[in-house]
Structure formats: C-alpha cells, structure tokens
Design a protein around this ligand. Structure first.
Ligand code: GN1
Ligand code: MG
Length: 346
C-alpha cells in the first residue's frame, strides 16, 4: 500500500485531498509502481517513479514539453494522457527520497492479450498515427531518456557480459536458453543493416498491448498511455513490439510455452493497421523493415529478460524468483514460432 506520509504530501502538492480517495494497486507495468485513486466520479493514476530505470527523469519532461508545444493533438483520434503538473507546475515531485507523479485516469479496457484481428488493426493504426502526427517535429530536439534503449548491439553485449559474470551456474535448461539467444546473433547483423538505411522517427517505443486503452465495446482506441519512452526510434520498433504482444495468443508472462504461437490473421491485421495509421509517412525501406521488427523486438526483450535474470533481477519487477527466466523462455518459444511462419523475412 502507498504510505500515509506520501499521501498527505501529494495532497498538498496537487491540491487534491487524496486521503478521501480509495487507493489501490493498479495495472501490469514492470517499471513504476502504480495506483488508482478513486472518489465518486473522480479518478487519478498515482505512480511511484522508478528512478533506477530512468536515471535522468528531467529528460522525460523535456520530451513531453516538446510534444505539448508542437504536436497537433487535435489530429489524434484518441487521448494522450501526460503527467499532470502539480501546484508548482512540475510533473514529477520529490517526496522524501522517492519521485511521484499523478496522471489522468482514462476509462476503458486495458487488454493483456487480443482476441480479434479487428482490435489488432485498431491498435497498430493508433500507434502508427502517432508516428505520422509527430513527423513535423524535429527528431533531433528529443532526448534519449534511456541511452541505447532499443540498441540491439548494446543489449546483446549486455547479455554476453551478464552471462560471463553471473553468480548463477549456467547448466541444463539455462545453458540451452543462453545458447539459443547466442545463436540468434544474426539478428544483430540484420539490425545494423536496417538502421543504416532508415530515418529516425519520434516513436512510442513501448507499444505493448497493455499500453493502450480501448473503449468498453473494443471498437475504438480511447488512449495511448505510458509515454515515458517517446523519443527517437525506428518505425520497426513500434511495429515489432505490437507483433510481440498482439500477434501471439498468450502474453509474455505465460508459462504455457508449447502453446505460444504467432497468429497469421492478427499479424496481417497489424501490418494493415500500421500502414493505414502511418498514411504515406513511411519510406519504402521502412515498410520493408517492418517484418524484421517482430523478430527483432521479441529477441531484444528475451535478451533483456535473460540479462536481468543473470544479473539477479535488478531491473524488472518480478512476482516470483524465476519470472525473468520464464519470460526469456517464453520469448524464445515465440521467436521460434515467428521464424517457423517466416514472418521475420520480407
Ligand atoms: C517495460 O513499463 P512497461 O511494463 O510498459 C519496459 C519495456 C518492455 C516491457 C516488457 C522502460 O515496459 O521496454 O518492453 O517492460 N520499459 C522500460 O514487458 O524498460
Ligand atoms: Mg506500461
């Protein structure tokens, strides 16, 4: 539960009496701690911000200010909930030695998995339209809030290092999983080839399906959330994380490894939705790179989960000791399924 001393300080800082709200843990994010504060018709999201992950939080505010100043919000067909400024105009408050922030709560449905291709289309179209609407903004003014966030070469080398220095004994199934990730290093080479051809865009960079809110009847995207990593990236990153989290039948925490499969219809709907949402923004090379994105994003997430497991779980929140190991195993099965279907190729 959120401590009383934080509640009273936040009440002053936001001029809102949070002690009169029902406050409960909320969401499925791996990074910040999130609560829903609810009172009659009023609802807010309160977050304890993860300063271990975002070591320079001012960069997020910098990027968000660029969006506020220059993005044509009217052109977006959905909400885009940025942190609410406190009475001092700040979007992040230091309370004791923790950072907190408050965000608008958006009514709707947050899915962990998608059933129908129609929702896959809507999700992809929404994330791609964000790239399209951000085209007039100067990419070079945006800061990299986490250096090398989607840099596959860096993530691969962090895995190699973790494998070398881990306190764990690498044998049995762990050795086989490490070996799988090593053998897939051709994806790093392909990544280097693609980024030499592609323009940087303002991308969301965390387009997993639970970072989007649908209307109750699932016919419309109400909001795109989790905007911390909006920064320069490649279109294939955003398409790829959609493939990773939408085209499969089970989410990244599932232990039903043998059932993990990429679904062809949802994949196709994602592709069509992404092209529709980005209108004519994407270059020929960017469009060709989209199919690389799915495998690349599954691979990078698998590497990151495995690296964190080898490092003693210092990055992602976990609910049990081996969860990062299981997530890396899950992503391995998913990558195999994608490759079997040939979706990693143009
Ligand atoms: C994290 O905050 P959340 O849970 O939406 C992570 C993403 C990963 C995701 C994996 C800042 O996102 O990069 O794709 O977990 N965010 C950060 O589920 O590391
Ligand atoms: Mg999230």
């Amino acid at each position: 539960m959120i401590e009383q001393s934080y509640i009273s300080r936040l009440s002053t800082l936001y001029n809102l009496d949070f002690s009169t709200f029902n406050i409960s843990l909320f969401g499925a994010g791996h990074i910040h701690q999130t609560w829903l504060a609810n009172r009659e018709t009023q609802s807010y999201i309160i977050q304890k911000f993860n300063k271990n992950v975002f070591k320079n939080p001012g960069l997020i505010a910098h990027n968000h200010q660029l969006l506020i100043d220059h993005l044509d919000f009217e052109a977006l067909d959905f909400d885009f909930p940025l942190p609410i400024p406190n009475v001092k105009g700040r979007t992040l408050c230091l309370v004791g030695d923790e950072y907190f922030r408050v965000l608008p709560f958006i009514e709707g449905v947050c899915l962990q998995e998608i059933e129908q291709p129609k929702q896959a289309f809507l999700a992809a179209s929404a994330f791609a339209s964000l790239i399209q609407v951000a085209v007039p903004l100067d990419v070079n003014l945006f800061q990299e809030v986490i250096p090398g966030f989607h840099d596959l070469e860096l993530r691969f080398s962090q895995f190699i290092e973790a494998r070398e220095y881990t306190r764990l004994k690498i044998s049995g199934e762990l050795a086989a999983i490490c070996e799988f990730y090593l053998q897939q290093s051709g994806i790093v080479k392909e990544y280097q080839m693609w980024i030499s051809l592609l323009p940087k865009r303002i991308t969301h960079n965390d387009t997993k399906i639970n970072n989007l809110i649908f209307s109750a009847d699932l016919t419309k995207v109400e909001a795109i959330i989790d905007l911390d990593t909006m920064m320069p990236g490649y279109a294939f990153n955003d398409f790829g994380d959609l493939v990773r989290t939408v085209s499969c039948n089970l989410d990244e925490n599932s232990l039903d490894f043998d059932s993990l499969k990429v679904n062809v219809d949802k994949y196709q709907a994602l592709y069509e939705g992404f092209l529709e949402g980005s209108r004519d923004t994407l270059t020929k090379d960017e469009i060709a790179s989209l199919h690389f994105g799915g495998g690349m994003m599954i691979y990078i997430m698998g590497l990151r989960f495995l690296t964190d497991y080898l490092n003693g779980n210092i990055y992602y929140q976990i609910k049990y000791e081996n969860q990062n190991y299981d997530r890396a195993k899950n992503q391995m099965y998913l990558l195999k399924s994608l490759q079997q279907l040939g979706f990693n190729k143009q």
